[in-house]
Write a protein that binds this ligand. Sequence first.
Ligand code: NAD
Ligand code: TYD
Length: 340
Amino acid sequence: MAEKTVLVTGGAGFIGSNFIHHLAETRPGWRVVNLDALTYAGNPENLRAVEDKDTYSFVHGDITKEEDVASALEACGDGPLEVVHFAAESHVDRSILSGLPFVQTNVVGTQILLDQCRARGVERFVHVSTDEVYGSLGDTGYFTETTPLAPNSPYSASKTASDLLVRAAFHTHGFPAVTTRCSNNYGPYQFPEKLIPLMIANASEDKPLPVYGDGLYVRDWLYVEDHCEAIRVVLEGGRAGEVYNIGGNNEYPNLEIIRMLLAALGKPESLITYVKDRPGHDRRYAIDASKIQRELGWQPRHTFEVALPKTIAWYQSQVEWMQRVRSGAYREYYDRQYGS
Ligand code: NAD
Ligand code: TYD
């Protein structure tokens, strides 16, 4: 008999799959049901190491379809149930090309999930959100949990809408939801449309590294394992109705990261290619994560100096994974975004 059941949505994506591996290591007695639509970003290969475990099951389904959410809840059985909600359209550049899928999954899908989880009597619901809901910072200051929400991209606007629906479910219905807002993650299994794996993939093949604008946009980078641990800590001890910021206290301009990657890969800086800037590009994100540290004792364990080389080594060891995810639909997206 499993200790408890956790329904994970979006568990075949980057952070969701890392989270499932994290639970398998740190909470092996928990049963995990993974509901994922397997969009371009979802990859069952990411879950090879857990797929044969008795404590893991996969439901292929879409959170925007009521019947799929109902099937996943049924697969969870009748016992106590907790939910961690990762499923989302997650890439800013794609949201600029087309915003509607972001509203469908991130907004409509989240409401469908909330309604059914409330009817089911879910005991805890962790909504995984992003620091991008706070908008953009100037050269100084940090986002706290009380920073006004001011999203600037269709992606961050749809995540903000989902955060507000989660907030409303708590305030109106007493639904036991907690929201986390994390900074940029890096690590294994990240789809190579995001900065770090894209640059590793291109540099490894001596292809140009497309730098948006002046390359001086700043992000606060957190190793994905640290994010997964923070989510587990919030699942186990976070207060319902609260928001917890999660961050790495690890700010870097994009160009500096790209230079670090080139140096580690032994590739020339001449691969750096300045391209047209992202429209509405947020200048800087930086998280004040003192609340989660104070209340739940979480802080990041990995420094960039250790975890960036580890990440590069992972991608170098996963040549076939990289080749497979960069075929087909990826190529179409890449040509549309960067020009063939
Ligand atoms: P991802 O794009 O790698 O994975 C998303 C997963 O959700 C995929 O497996 C996909 O198949 C699934 N999915 C998409 N639409 C679905 C639908 N309608 N029904 C069911 N499944 C669906 O995303 P990620 O980077 O792992 O991000 C996970 C969550 O964390 C997102 O909610 C994102 O907003 C948030 N987040 C990400 C970061 C980051 O740096 N990547 C930072 C902070 C917060
Ligand atoms: P990204 O990984 O898309 O995350 P987000 O936009 O959610 O922070 O991008 C991180 C930063 O890298 C962001 O400032 C945009 C920049 N960037 C580039 O300069 N070139 C690229 O090809 C990509 C994908 C991102």
